[in-house]
Design a protein around this ligand. Structure first.
Ligand code: SF4
Ligand code: SF4
Length: 160
């Protein structure tokens, strides 16, 4: 009986498509960076990566405008990927040092940090613009900064 079930499973597998996603190309490129450059120029096509699962921890996004400058992310980061900018009371994140633990995201009291789904981060220059996060614009979950005469999260009163 078990032999029959095993044979049936093997036969079924023979007719299924392989589960492996041949990303980024059918054959591994000699240089992934050169390959991605060619894709950016439209010279080559890339096989799309699989959709990442919910809760995936990719490149950090930072909402600079709404950051309160509390330094909690800076203090909790285990890899010193976050630089504190005392004059501006803001931060800067060096992705090349980040271990994608998401502790900074969890500790941020105003939700101005988030893990995105972006994971194509290879670069020859660890200080390139793509790998140093200074400002990603407003994040959907950010608590808006309190403006003069308003409570946090409220729109300022329209001019009279
Ligand atoms: S995800 Fe972890 S390692 Fe990366 S910046 Fe945040 S706390 Fe630091
Ligand atoms: S924890 Fe959030 S609010 Fe505090 S400094 Fe970091 S990003 Fe800004």
């Amino acid at each position: 009986m078990k032999m029959f079930e095993a044979a049936r499973t093997i036969l079924k597998q023979l007719f299924l498509s392989p589960a492996t996603n041949k990303f980024p190309a059918k054959y591994a490129p000699a240089s992934t960076i050169r390959f991605l450059d060619s894709v950016a120029k439209g010279e080559l096509q890339m096989i799309a990566p699989v959709t990442v699962p919910s809760g995936f921890r990719g490149k950090i996004a930072y909402d600079r405008e709404n950051c309160s400058g509390c330094q909690q992310c800076y203090k909790v980061c285990p890899t010193q990927a976050i630089e504190w900018l005392p004059e501006e009371k803001k931060i800067k994140v060096f992705i090349s040092r980040c271990c994608f633990c998401a502790q900074c995201v969890e500790v941020c009291p105003v939700n101005t940090l988030a893990m995105t789904e972006e994971f194509l981060l290879s670069s020859y220059d660890k200080f390139s613009d793509e790998l140093v996060v200074v400002d990603s614009g407003e994040l959907p979950g950010s608590k808006k900064r309190k403006k003069a005469g308003t409570e946090a999260g409220e729109e300022p009163a329209p001019p009279s």
